[in-house]
Ligand binder design. Sequence first.
Ligand code: ADP
Ligand code: MG
Length: 198
Amino acid sequence: MSKDKNIYDRYIKNFDIDLLKCKFLGKGNNGVVYLLPEGKIIKICYEVESCRKEYNILKRIHDNKYFPRVYGMMGNYMIRDYVDGVPLHKHIKTNGFTRRLAINIIELLEEFKKLKFTKQDVRCKDIMVKADESLMVIDPKKFYTKKRNFPSHLSKGLYKLGVLDDFMWILKEERPKLYEKWHKDIEKYIEDTFPSEF
Ligand SMILES: Nc1ncnc2c1ncn2[C@@H]1O[C@H](COP(=O)(O)OP(=O)(O)O)[C@@H](O)[C@H]1O
Ligand SMILES: [Mg+2]
């Protein structure tokens, strides 16, 4: 029996889950997340519809290295891989910003393009940084529905952390075409969002 089927049978078919024995990992606007045995998590959503939408996105990009593998859904919950990392904003506050990290972010955004996401954006808190500075996205919301052709929320997060200038500088050096494509929109977005600072 394949490992995936084992996980499916145990957690979806038989609902062999005792949440009282699971570690609470966090909650967001859409649901709560607990750690299960074997490095899997259960995300229980407040609404069936948001669970289905998120599950379908993870199914569609199945096995992409930037996203947790998903094992199944039932009603308002889904089972997916645990991501062992620190959210990007916390990582930057503790460890600072490095060129490697900036390049990893750029490569993640390039992957969004390859996956044909209509939303070329992600929030800092939804990017997990692992020990080797590689990245994963934990909360794949609206990537195929929302239209956004530049990384606005990401830029806003980096700006609040005081590292947006560094990021833009590295983007210009590493991917001049992407820089040309994005920088005016990003500058305008930041000026509009923080008017008192300009
Ligand atoms: N795959 C995961 N691995 C580790 N922690 C996770 C994972 N998914 C979610 N979490 C934790 O649970 C929190 C809420 O999950 P998230 O998917 O962002 O919910 P929401 O859609 O409600 O925003 C996250 O901020 C994070 O702390
Ligand atoms: Mg979230």
